[in-house]
Design a protein around this ligand. Sequence first.
Ligand SMILES: Cc1ncc(COP(=O)(O)O)c(C=O)c1O
Length: 427
Amino acid sequence: MSDDAALLERRFRVMGRNAPLFYDRPVHLVRGHGVWVEDADGRRYLDVYNNVPHVGHCHPHVVEAIARQAATLNLHTRYLHETVVAYAERLTATFAEPLDAAVFTCSGTESNELALRLARYRSGGRGIIVSDFSYHGNSETLAAVTTCFPVPEPFPVFARKVPVPDPYRDRQGRDDGALGDLFAAKIAEAVRSLKAEGIPLAALLIDTLFANEGLPEPVPGYVAKAVAIVHEAGGQFICDEVQAGFGRTGDAMWGHQLSGVTPDIVTLGKPMGNGHPLAGVIAPAELIDSFGKAATYFNTFGGNPVSAAAGMAVLDVIEDEGLLENSRRVGAHVRAGLERLMARYPIIGNVRGRGLFFGIEIIADAGEKTPDPALTKRLVNMMRDRGVLLSRIGRYDNILKMRPPMVFTTADADLLLATLDNALAAL
Ligand SMILES: Cc1ncc(COP(=O)(O)O)c(C=O)c1O
């Protein structure tokens, strides 16, 4: 038996007691393949949480591409390199005009930080609007505008937070149009309040799936209404695709494409290199050119030849294995199964999500929809003990978060549903 308790103590000593770790009994993983990971004692877990190994843990095509390029050449990004340019061309071709140029970075944080600089440069403003339960990164500015967990930095005078509508909780007789108007009114109020303090708007920074917010069902048309107000105020719409991107929803390559609105700037991260640290910003070439003249942006590791090879291989697998279609098909299967569970277990108040990103809201009583975070936490740990990895999200920490690698099959889905059924029955 592996001595996980001793490893945990060593980790506490050398990495601190508060470096985040999942589960009451942390899992000590040693290898992975497809949608499966294995712990130090050889126990297998179905991975229903991780979007970083987007096309599956250790996908051989990605591993081979990384190994081949690492054995050929790797260095910083101030030389010409065919794969780096070809990757930028192929990636930008998946976006609508005028999003036709890329800057590569190493993390979602760096991407959002650069996007804010671009937005501030283009708009001449400093104001930022984010949702009131969001996370976009760990730099000083992004930490300060974090609203979904505590940070020591004060919320900045140049920022405003707005609640995003959650039809499950906020409907209260309102139709979709009224919910969208409510969000738009909050954005307009934020713009006015910034202006009143002499702070012109630079950007609205949101993830259009609202993953950290708890994946509320999208209200048709509400992004368009909000973005019209942002543009009128001279601001830029930055869409954070760190969680929603690369076909996760099954219906489109990019989350924002479901809203019908083309952002001014898009940020990418997590799934882009299947675990290799590759991230980026997509924006109009004219903006990137002009910003590049005013401020030399250099990122030593961002988009190096090995990263570009990893990114290219991820796009190959998404295409070759039809992973958007898989996400749509298997996602619909899971959702139907979750709805069947909801009909049997009153503690499931709501099922949400699309493609291979779904959640169920755990409540203490159906009438009041009282969130039950303690039960949700128990369920997450019970699933871990039954060999299925997932987590929880949302304003009340009561939404089971399920977002497996994109090679998740209907057989994997059936195992997830049966295990969930078993855990719910045991509660
Ligand atoms: C929506 C979103 N944006 C940005 C980030 C930051 O990405 P990174 O951890 O790569 O800096 C995260 C990380 O969880 C995220 O969920």
